[in-house]
Ligand binder design. Structure first.
Ligand code: SAH
Ligand code: SF4
Ligand code: F3S
Length: 443
């Protein structure tokens, strides 16, 4: 029998992207082929997300599609990631065609698990914890991009915001050893990667058990030391996400000021502009704390692009409290904003509160906030016209085959006319036009 081919589909956040890359690395080592095609693969693995009900629903729809879509031999279907961790055995009941359930702690064991299923075991499940010595190795061929690498630095979450499923699907915070992170970035640099994104549910809560690898670097927190250490590898562009307001130390801004290769972009989700709502969400910050944090960001040497997340229609959110959110958005002038309608997650503390805001009101608030943000964003994007920005060229633009596309250091999408030979390079682009979600320019 030839090598079996495995196709992995990824939903959800960057952590899932990184986990899929790790899974592919383990599987190839274990003797499997990794395939880009869902139509011909022997095995399809869905790496899933539970953050909102819609995200979760996608997976079950996809399982149905796979089951009915194939005329010949059905592929072996497995579910991994956050839905797998949370639902466990129940997945076999809801989706009887699924034969493999791999929790978020079992990525390292994926190859053995798949072998069992291929060998004939009808239902294979592993939702146990991670091993203490987690293997974070990702081989470069499995990375989602040849130029940008996601590097997990902290996994899991201890914050327990009352609406959020992540502490349950990902478990407690675990920080990777700094030395390993720095070595990985060095290797990526040698292999020609031009950007790394340090990822974690809360990167600024980074707190390794021992600070080995950081001794030589100054800084007020382990995370700001890590930033300086990673900057010293010479990697041209370093981004990090997500930041948690309560743990966002101003020393992070200082580190960005000191190192040109620490990119001028901070994603700092605020969630609401009302203190009562923030308290019930258990975010650990008030509106004024948030404004103070972003003041430090706005006073940086370079212009730092600030982006955020907001939940509308949290249980009990009154129209007046929502107005407070509008005011905060007006004042903060985010360069980008992800707006979400509150979605009740089973087992979270907020699920005990009654979901008082109607679907219509959630939609109305969503649209009002979006409209406000669009008008602000249009102005901000316009203000870039005439500026020269530093761009990592990622590929051909989806719109026109003559244009290339990439991201600025401040994480904005920019398209521009240039030769495809520049793909993978860092170029200077002069901005000539601005839309609400992207810039256009010339090299
Ligand atoms: N760790 C990050 C965010 C992780 S989830 C942080 O603390 O900000 C990404 C975003 O999804 C969150 O910022 C929040 O805005 C949104 N989100 C999380 N749970 C949600 C829920 N139950 N309903 C709606 N949006 C939610
Ligand atoms: Fe969820 Fe809050 Fe943790 Fe972010 S900080 S992952 S919103 S519990
Ligand atoms: Fe989703 Fe899990 Fe990430 S719930 S957002 S894939 S941590």
């Amino acid at each position: 029998m030839g090598r079996l081919s495995v196709h992995i589909e990824t939903f959800g956040c960057q952590m899932n992207v990184a986990d899929s890359e790790r899974a592919a690395t383990r599987l190839r080592k274990g003797g499997f082929e990794i395939s880009d095609s869902a139509d011909s693969a022997d095995v399809i693995l869905l790496n899933t997300c539970s953050i909102r009900e819609k995200a979760e629903q996608k997976v079950f729809n996809r399982v149905g599609e796979i089951k009915s879509g194939r005329l010949g031999k059905h592929p072996l279907v497995g579910v991994m990631g956050c839905v797998a961790q949370l639902e466990g055995e129940a997945i076999f009941k809801t989706s009887p065609s699924v034969r493999l359930v791999i929790g978020t702690g079992a990525t390292d064991r994926i190859s053995n698990l798949l072998e069992k299923a291929v060998g004939g075991e009808r239902r294979v499940i592993d939702i146990a914890e991670r091993k203490a010595s987690e293997d974070f190795q990702i081989s470069s061929v499995e990375r989602h991009s040849k130029f940008i690498a996601f590097v997990p630095i902290i996994e899991g979450c201890n914050k327990f915001c009352t609406y959020c499923i992540v502490p349950f699907s990902r478990g407690r915070e675990r920080s990777r050893v700094a030395y390993d992170i720095i070595e990985e970035v060095r290797r990526l640099r040698e292999e020609g990667f031009n950007e790394v994104q340090l990822i974690g549910q809360n990167v600024n809560s980074y707190r390794p058990k021992v600070e080995s690898g950081l001794e030589a670097y100054g800084g007020a927190t382990p995370f700001s030391k890590l930033l300086r250490a990673v900057a010293s590898t010479g990697m041209p562009r370093i981004k990090f996400t997500t930041s948690f307001p309560r743990d966002f130390h101003p020393d992070i801004v200082k580190a960005i000021d000191e190192h040109e290769n620490l990119c001028n972009w901070v994603h700092l989700p605020v969630q609401s502009g009302n203190d009562r709502v923030l308290k019930v969400m258990r975010r650990g910050h008030k509106v004024d704390d948030y404004l103070a944090r972003i003041d430090s960001i706005k006073n940086a040497r370079r212009k730092i692009s600030l982006t955020s997340d907001i939940i509308v229609g949290f249980p009990g959110e009154t129209p007046a409290e929502f107005e407070d959110t509008l005011r905060l958005v007006q004042e903060s002038r985010f360069h980008g904003l992800y707006i979400f309608k509150y979605s009740q997650r089973r087992g979270t503390p907020a699920a005990k509160l009654s979901d008082t805001v109607s679907e219509e009101d959630k939609s109305r608030r969503f649209l009002a906030l979006e409209k406000l943000q669009m008008s602000i964003q249009r102005e901000i994007y316009q203000s870039y016209i005439g500026e020269e920005v530093n761009v990592l060229v990622e590929g051909l633009s989806a719109r026109s085959s003559e244009d290339l596309t990439g991201h600025t250091t401040c994480n904005k999408v920019i398209n521009f006319r240039a030769e495809p030979g520049l793909i993978g390079e860092i170029v200077k682009v002069r901005v000539t036009e601005a839309k609400t979600h992207s810039l256009f320019g010339e090299v």
